[in-house]
Design a protein around this ligand. Structure first.
Ligand SMILES: Nc1ncnc2c1ncn2[C@@H]1O[C@H](COP(=O)(O)OP(=O)(O)OP(=O)(O)O)[C@@H](O)[C@H]1O
Ligand SMILES: [Mg+2]
Length: 406
C-alpha cells in the first residue's frame, strides 16, 4: 500500500504529555486533588513533593493537577522550571518568568498578569510572549526570599480576582541543580512557615518535583524541612495495561491502528517508563507505512529508540568515560538479567561473565559507583542503578544487536 502522508505525531518525548493523551495515574492524581487542591480551595495551604525517577512522569502529573485546579477549582497555576538555577535570585527570576507566561488557557487572566508584570514583557509576537530578560534579572534579587515571594503571589491573586480566586498552585520543577544549595531548603521552609503564620494565609498549593535523592538532600541540609511536605507522592512505573491504553489511544488519535501483538511488544519494550514509551511510539509512528502498526514496525522502532534514548541519557554521561570494552559488555550483561529492576546482586552477575570480565569486575563496580551509575544496595553484594533509564537503554542496545542479527 502506498505510504500515507504523515500528520502530526502524537508523541512528545521531551515534554509533559497533553491532557488528551494523559494516561493512568488515577490514584496519584486523586490524592493530589483531594488532599491538595481541595484543601487549598477550602483555605488551607498544602505542600507536596512528587518524586520518581527521571522521565517517569512527574512534570506531567504536576501539570495535570495544575490544569484541574484551574479548570474545576477556580485556582491559578504557575509552573516554574528551575533547571540551571544556582541561587535564590535564579529561583526568583524563574518563578517570575513562569508567572508572566501563566494563564495561557485563560485569556483574561493572562492579560491581567501581563498588565501587572508589564515591565517584564518584551515584544508580543505571533508565538506568544517574549520576556524582557534584563528587567527580570535586575529585579529578581529583590524577590529572592520567602516573604517577598509570598507577597508577590498574594499580589498576583489580588489582580486575578482577590478572594474569588480560590488559590494559587506553584509548581517548582527540575530542582536538581538547586537542592544542594542550603538556601533553597531554607527558602521552601520559609515559604510554608511564614504563610502559615500570616494573619491571612495565601491558599497556596506548593508542589516540588524531583528524584527522591533531592528531597533527602534538602532534608539533610535542613532537617526541619521533613515536616513541611504534607504529601509525598511516589511515581512508579506505569502498569502494562495503562501503557497499552496509551499506545492504543495515541495511534487512534491520528487514525492509525495497532495489531494486538504489536501492542504487547510496544508495552514490553517501554517497561513502564513514559519517556521510553514516547520515544518508541515516536519511532513506530515514523516506521509504519500503511496505517497499521505491526510487529516489524515495532522492532524497527525499538532499534531507533535505543539510539535516541541512549544519545540523550547515557552516552553523554556514561559511555564517554567508559571506553573499556570489558566494562561495556559487563554493563550489558547486568542490564540483561532484568532490565526493569533497579537492583542486582553481584552473585547473579558473576556466572555470566567471561574470565577476563571477572578479573575486572571489582574495579568495574568501583568505577560505576564513582560515575554515579550504580550505588550500593541494602544487602551484602547488592547494587542498584541510580537511574533506571541507564539499565533500560543498555538492554535496548543489547536487543538492537540481537534483533538486527536475527
Ligand atoms: N501519564 C502519562 N501518559 C502519557 N504520557 C506520559 C505520562 N506521563 C508522562 N508522559 C510522557 O513521558 C515523558 C516523561 O514525562 P515527564 O516529563 O512528565 O517526566 P518527568 O518525571 O518530569 O521527567 P524528568 O525527570 O525528565 O523531569 C514525556 O514525554 C511525557 O509526555
Ligand atoms: Mg520533569
Amino acid at each position: 500500500m502506498a505510504q500515507l502522508e504523515k500528520g502530526r505525531s502524537p508523541f512528545y518525548p521531551g515534554q509533559p504529555v497533553s491532557r488528551e493523551l494523559f494516561t493512568g495515574r488515577e490514584n496519584e492524581i486523586q490524592k493530589l486533588i483531594t488532599r491538595g487542591v481541595g484543601q487549598v480551595a477550602a483555605g488551607k495551604p498544602v505542600a507536596a513533593f512528587i518524586q520518581g525517577e527521571f522521565g517517569i512522569g512527574k512534570s506531567s502529573i504536576a501539570n495535570m493537577v495544575g490544569a484541574v485546579a484551574e479548570d474545576s477549582h477556580g485556582m491559578h497555576c504557575i509552573h516554574a522550571y528551575l533547571g540551571g538555577a544556582k541561587d535564590l535570585a535564579d529561583v526568583a527570576r524563574m518563578i517570575l518568568e513562569a508567572t508572566v507566561k501563566s494563564g495561557a488557557l485563560h485569556p483574561s487572566r493572562s492579560q491581567s498578569i501581563r498588565t501587572l508584570l508589564a515591565k517584564y514583557v518584551g515584544k508580543q509576537s505571533l508565538f506568544g510572549v517574549t520576556l524582557d530578560l534584563t528587567a527580570l534579572k535586575a529585579d529578581a534579587p529583590q524577590l529572592a526570599s520567602a516573604s517577598a515571594i509570598l507577597s508577590f503571589l498574594s499580589e498576583v491573586r489580588t489582580r486575578l480576582g482577590g478572594l474569588d480566586l480560590r488559590g494559587v498552585v506553584l509548581i517548582l520543577d527540575e530542582i536538581n541543580g538547586i537542592t544542594s544549595n542550603p538556601a533553597f531548603a531554607h527558602f521552601i521552609k520559609g515559604v510554608v512557615d511564614e504563610n502559615a503564620m500570616s494573619a491571612s494565609p495565601l491558599p497556596l498549593f506548593l508542589i516540588l518535583c524531583g528524584v527522591e535523592e533531592r528531597r533527602r538532600e534538602m532534608i539533610d541540609l535542613h532537617p526541619p524541612l521533613d515536616r513541611v511536605f504534607d504529601l509525598v507522592i511516589d511515581i512508579e512505573e506505569m502498569p502494562e495495561q495503562d501503557t497499552k491504553n496509551f499506545f492504543d489511544h495515541a495511534f487512534q488519535s491520528v487514525g492509525m491502528s495497532v495489531l494486538p501483538s504489536a501492542l504487547t511488544k510496544l508495552a514490553f519494550y517501554s517497561a513502564g517508563l513514559p519517556k521510553v514509551m514516547h520515544s518508541i511510539g515516536e519511532a513506530a509512528f515514523w516506521a509504519e507505512q500503511d496505517g497499521v502498526v505491526d510487529d516489524k514496525d515495532v522492532t524497527r522502532a525499538v532499534i531507533a529508540a535505543a539510539d535516541d534514548i541512549g544519545k540523550k541519557f547515557v552516552d553523554q554521561q556514561v559511555l564517554k568515560t567508559v571506553r573499556s570494552k570489558l566494562y561495556l559488555s559487563t554493563l550489558e550483561k547486568i542490564a540483561e538479567i532484568d532490565p526493569i529492576e533497579l537492583t542486582f546482586k553481584k552473585s547473579d552477575v558473576v556466572p555470566l561473565l567471561t574470565q577476563e570480565e571477572k578479573k575486572t569486575f571489582d574495579n568495574f563496580l568501583q568505577k560505576m559507583k564513582q560515575l554515579g551509575v550504580i550505588r550500593s544496595g541494602v544487602g551484602q553484594g547488592e547494587y542498584a542503578f541510580v537511574v533506571r533509564m541507564v539499565r533500560v537503554y543498555l538492554w535496548l542496545q543489547r536487543l538492537k544487536s540481537t534483533e538486527s542479527s536475527s
